[in-house]
Design a protein around this ligand. Structure first.
Ligand code: HEC
Length: 193
């Protein structure tokens, strides 16, 4: 009996598994499985859930925070500009409110969207992505001066600080957002993992 129950729960687990994945790069987002109109961008290392597959696309559920009443971007945490996904104005994307919270005296909504993207550049493990970002940062940003640590700047300071220096390095433009995510998520105002 125990074995049977185990078998049933395992098979159901597989059938209804909602795959948690992480984007490995900047991914275009669409309203449906076929349209070529890009309505938003998903940022690397953002956790998403794959709801279904159709052709070469997947329907993704993406969550994040936004200042109360705003629905143009989803942020990793309230009140820091660490982007999970950004959308164009009047994108047609439906934002579902799944919670609300306060941070630094301001009100934030927790939002969820369902959007489509290509079934590529997704990984079930985020650790190698951060390791790759750390390597890029450590190797390229210590050539002219000592390495500045992620904890030296806040999550909101890092994007412009990084961009002001990145052009002096060999870091590929396509990897900028990956390194920025690593720096922001390990910034001095983020909890140490
Ligand atoms: C080609 C040499 C070079 C490389 C590569 C380089 N830097 Fe710099 N960095 C400098 C110089 C020179 C300064 C002194 C100020 C200036 O020129 O802007 C500086 C200053 C800084 C400062 C101090 C700025 C301040 O206001 O206190 C930080 C932080 C910094 N770099 C971060 C980085 C990061 C992050 C990278 C990798 C993306 C990087 N640097 C790569 C040359 C470099």
């Amino acid at each position: 009996m125990k074995k049977l129950l185990f078998f049933i729960s395992v098979s159901c687990g597989i059938l209804f598994a909602q795959d948690k994945m992480f984007s490995t790069g900047v991914k275009p987002l669409y309203l449906d499985a076929t349209s070529s109109k890009v309505v938003g961008k998903l940022l690397p290392t953002t956790e998403v859930t794959i709801l279904k597959k159709e052709g070469d696309r997947v329907l993704l559920s993406i969550e994040g925070y936004a200042p109360a009443g705003e629905n143009i971007a989803l942020y990793f945490v309230p009140n820091k500009r660490i982007l999970n996904a950004g959308f164009s104005k009047n994108s047609g994307v439906k934002f579902e409110k799944i919670g609300s919270t306060n941070a630094d005296g301001k009100a934030f909504d927790k939002l969820k969207v369902q959007v489509w993207s290509e079934n590529t550049d997704l990984s079930d493990d985020v650790k190698p992505l951060f390791a790759q970002a750390k390597d890029l940062f450590d190797q390229n940003c210590s050539m002219c001066h000592g390495l500045h640590q992620p904890k030296e700047f806040s999550a909101n300071q890092w994007p412009s600080m990084f961009k002001s220096m990145a052009g002096r390095t060999g870091i590929d433009k396509k990897d900028y957002q990956l390194v920025i995510q690593y720096l922001q998520k390990n910034a001095k105002d983020m909890p140490t993992k």
